[in-house]
Design a protein around this ligand. Sequence first.
Ligand code: ADP
Ligand code: ASP
Ligand code: MG
Length: 467
Amino acid sequence: MRLVMKFGGTSVGDGKRIKNVANLVRGYAMQGHAIVVATSAMSKVTDMLIGAARRAAESDAPAYIAATRTLLDQHLVAIDDAIQDSVARVALRDQVEHKLNGLLELCNSIAVLGELTPRALDTIASLGERLIVPILAQALREAGARAESIEATELIVTDDNFTSAEPILDATRDKARARLIPLIDADVIPVVTGFIGATRNGILTTLGRGGSDFTGTILGAAIDADEVWIWTDVNGVMTCDPRVVPDAQTIDEIAYAEAAELSYFGAKVIHPKTIVPVAERDIPVLILNTFNPTHPGTRIVRAPRSDARKVKAITTIRKLSLITVEGRGMQGVPGVAAKVFSAVAREGISVLMISQSSSEQNICFVIEADATQRAIVALEKEFELERLRHNIDRIWAQEKIAILAVVGAGMKNTPGIAAKVFGALGDNNLNIISIAQGSSEYNLSLVVDERDADNAMRAIHTSFLVQ
Ligand code: ADP
Ligand code: ASP
Ligand code: MG
């Protein structure tokens, strides 16, 4: 089979793990699979890089210098642990030092300017992936494979929406195939940076946090892979976040639409856009665990085997605010909702969930907590006149709330799911602030107090999914 294998940050988290990945890939190559590897930065590296960039913008030189030192140590230790060949070690050490010197220079410039542009942020955030690929490629060579490290700026063409760039799939297909297919045909394993692309003019962009999963499926679609394997640190897509709900179970098979819904509603296991490039081409995505590689994990496919479970999984998104626009004078007045959402859209604030009570006396919607003040100010301005006339009485935010999403294709047309969800929460004295059903009917979303989110997730999990 032709496979793209993506490895997450914890899977390459230290020298030993890097060697482990190299042996794993080599093992599958020996079985006759043609493999393209995409990898994330070592765990925590991207956070540290973004932190350094922000400190630079505040001219906090000691902080970004310290971060650079930590990153240097982390990568030098990884090289020492993962790589045997002394010549290769020296060369890799030099490369890491050179790239981190570049980071320091960039931070110095940002500190002088006192400004961090999204473009500069991408250049810095992408460094973790650029540091790891030559190390992993050498580890693969030492495991007995042929391998070449490649920066995805050579493969993935995106728009210029820095920090969250959108791939241009046709252009990417041509570029990626031209570079990757000859390597595959020559039995060389390309080891590609996750997370990164470049504009048509060659300026580096990133695909958004957690975007290496997306790299995996973008490349999978481009080279017509038979499957994309996303290797992470849990046994596949699970019924809940296993960090919050310890008895979470692996879902054997799940539909593209369900997996997409789960990731949009906070299941970090895959990036929200991961499914897009492969669903069009019916390429299955497997979620596997490098810490437990014989576990079958999860297969994400168009039509999963029929499953008695109506609810597949429960997820949460935190750090949100619920904005309410309310007033008795709103009733029957056309265009209020349109005004609310255009005011918010003009601010570039995205709305995660909407609900309006049938009495039309209020409109509620959920946004990220960071945008709360901006949204309130924009709405106050938009409805200045209505406020004076008392058609709108109050515009306010309830902060520290979470969305809980109950996801499953089988929920469609199955009566009683909502009742069971509310029953589970009521039995545990957990209050629901607001409710919405996603239009796809794959998802029932609830707003709860952030403090109740974990308990609510456990209560619903126990009532639907514990067998
Ligand atoms: P990687 O670095 O491999 O990309 P991530 O940390 O991005 O890994 O994603 C894996 C993590 O996602 C798991 O460790 C787990 O805590 C979290 N997670 C959240 N929801 C789920 C879920 N429903 N199933 C599996 N993992 C989940
Ligand atoms: N390293 C990037 C991040 O931390 C991309 C990824 O891990 O998928 O967001
Ligand atoms: Mg991830």
